[in-house]
Each structure stands twice: as C-alpha cells, then as structure tokens.
Ligand binder design. Structure first.
Ligand SMILES: [Zn+2]
Length: 356
C-alpha cells in the first residue's frame, strides 16, 4: 500500500471479474440435491478431531456433530435426510482468497496464529492440513451450498460455518476461510441475486465480511455485537450499515427488545433477495469470549425472530452456526432448530412420504 509507482499493470478489473465468474460457474459445490433431503447441511468431517486443542481453547471441537446427534436421537431429524456438502477446492477458495493467502496456510505457524493456539501446542503441518483445514473447507462447502438450497426451499441451515472474522486477505479469531463472502459471491453469480442482507448476531463484530463488502452496495450488513471485546476493528465498523453495539453483561430482555427494534428498522432500510444469518451462540450467559448474559431460551427466541423476519418478507434465509464453543452451545442450537420446526418456520418433515 502507499506506493505510487506505475510499474507493470495488474490484470484489469474486468479480467479478474471474468476469472472469478468462471471459477464460480465451474464449481462443483452447487450440486443438485434430491427432494427427499431436508435443507440441513452437515458432514461428520466438520468436526476437528485432534487431541489437546480443547484443553488449550475454550472449545467444544465436536459441537457440530453433537448438534446433529441431539436432533437425530430426539427424532427431530432423520439422519439419512441430512445433506453432505463437498469440500471447497482451491479453485473455489480462489474466488475470494488471493493465491498468496492460501499459500501462507501451508505453514502450521500461520494457521496456529489464526486459531490462536499457543505456539507451544503447534501441530505437525500434515495434521494441521488434515485435522483442521479439511474440516473448515468442508464447512465452507456447506455455507456455499446453503444459499442454493435456501433459494430452492426458502431456508437452509449449515450446521457449521459462519467464519465472520476472515476476509479475503486475512484470517483471524479462529476463522481461516471467508465462507460468508464466498457464499454471497456464489449467490450473485449462480442464483441471479443482487441484494443480500447479512444479519450477524454472533457476540463478536463480523469484521471479515464487513471488510470484503465495504464498498459493495449489494450487501446490507446489520451487526449486533459486544463492542468491548475482540476484534475491535474500528475500520470495519465503518462499513456496517446498521450497527448495534452492546456492552458486556447485556441481559436477555434488553437484547431481545433491541433486536425487535432493529429488525423493524432493517425491514424499512433494505429489500433483500437473500438473508445470511450468522447465528453465533457465544452470546450465551457464561461464554468466556462473548461476555453477554443471554439465556438459552433467549437464543432460541432470537433465532425464531430472525426466521420470522425472513418469512414475513418472503426472503430465503441461510443460517450459519458461527461462534460459541461452550459445551452447552450444541444443546441450545439443537433446541433452536427444534423450535423453528415446531413453529413451522422450517420444515424438517415434508416429502417424507414422497418416493422421490
Ligand atoms: Zn463470536
């Protein structure tokens, strides 16, 4: 930055845009899903399975699997009807990430920094690639596919994803790939969508997608976050269209009343064709990172409000589970999905009797 030389000109904007379009159009991630499946996306390979990380991190590394286990054990969701995504390939990631960024991830030192794992716990590189980056790339594949399904079905839930601290150029805060940016770029090209609303209700500010869509008028960002914690990204805050800053210790009643007010404002500000809902559960009371005091019931009501908002506007909604890695998070997310089904905001049963 800051150099004013006029040496060899970079590929033109048009050429770069054309390359991006072609990558998106030739991607395998948007495969056709049988009608017998429900729009819940998950793969057992989402789970980060290696010994020790959970001791160093306030982190339930099998959160994603436990969500599905609760749902299938309780008869809410038929295991055979869950959709398994494909892993995002290098070409898929290159749609937003520069080659150099992906190259840096080949070093476990760089990955450890993004994951904020102490260097003493650094893992052999092959393990980082297999046990950490592969699961994340599967979740990215899920977030991208979710928009296609939402357009077809009205809603889709990726049981993982929501890496909202990662931008095209920079990872951070446990987020290695910019799945939200990718999901939206694919939707622009493949779904013929030109207005997307991000509703980011994770406890942290979503500085990754904010940086990526800073000057993109097609994306409206509503972000409600604890302004006193990570990432304190003041530049990215300028790109939030509707900013709701909370203080540590905010309680359920105040939070939900604020959300009602803000959804009403959002409704009048922007007319989206797709809602991307980043539904982090680190707002839960007791979460060491989020530092808010929202009850489990409060999280369930929050999700219901956002789904109702999308339904009333008749706009497809993608939900990503994002942050929140306490042991209790999986339980709350499963309860919330069950509640959405009970309230007819999502349909986990239809076509069960179809022979399709
Ligand atoms: Zn968070």
């Amino acid at each position: 930055m800051g150099t004013s030389s006029s040496h060899s000109s970079p590929p033109s904007m048009e050429a770069a845009e054309e390359l991006r379009r072609n990558r998106i159009l030739s991607s395998k991630l948007y495969f056709n899903v049988a009608p017998s499946k429900v729009a819940v996306i998950y793969s057992p390979s989402y789970n980060i399975a290696f010994l020790g990380i959970e001791k160093l991190h306030p982190f339930d590394s099998s959160k994603w699997g436990r969500i599905c286990q609760f749902l299938t054990n309780e008869g809410v969701l038929d295991k055979n009807r869950i959709i398994e995504p494909l892993e995002a390939s290098k070409d898929d990631l290159l749609v937003v990430h520069p080659e150099l960024y992906l190259h840096r991830l080949k070093s476990s030192v760089n990955v450890s920094m993004i994951l904020e794992v102490p260097p003493v716990a650094m893992l052999p590189n092959c393990l980082v690639q297999q046990k950490v980056l592969h699961p994340f790339r599967m979740q990215v594949g899920g977030s991208i596919l979710a928009a296609k399904l939402a357009k077809e079905r009205g809603w889709a839930i990726n049981v993982g994803g929501g890496f909202h601290h990662c931008s095209a150029q920079k990872g951070g805060g446990f987020c290695v790939y910019a799945d939200i940016t990718l999901c939206i770029q694919y939707a622009f090209v493949r779904l013929n969508i030109s207005r997307v609303m991000i509703i980011d209700l994770d406890a942290h500010q979503g500085n990754g997608h904010e940086t990526d869509f800073s000057d993109d008028r097609r994306v409206y960002i509503m972000d409600m976050y604890n302004s006193q914690i990570y990432p304190l990204d003041y530049e990215a805050r300028r790109y939030i269209d509707q900013k709701i800053e909370l203080k540590s210790g905010t309680r359920t009643k105040e939070y939900l009343e604020g959300l009602d007010r803000e959804l009403e404002i959002a409704r009048n500000q922007f007319n989206p064709e797709l809602v991307v809902y980043n539904a982090g559960t680190d707002i839960l009371d007791g979460d060491p990172l989020g530092r808010l005091k929202i009850s489990s019931e409060g999280v369930v009501i929050r999700d219901e409000k956002v789904f109702r908002f999308a339904k009333e506007m008749n706009v497809p909604i993608v939900m990503l589970t994002s942050g929140g890695y306490m042991k209790s998070s999986a339980r709350v997310i499963a309860d919330s999905i069950t509640n959405l089904s009970k309230k007819n905001l999502i349909d986990l049963n239809s076509s069960t009797n179809n022979n399709l």
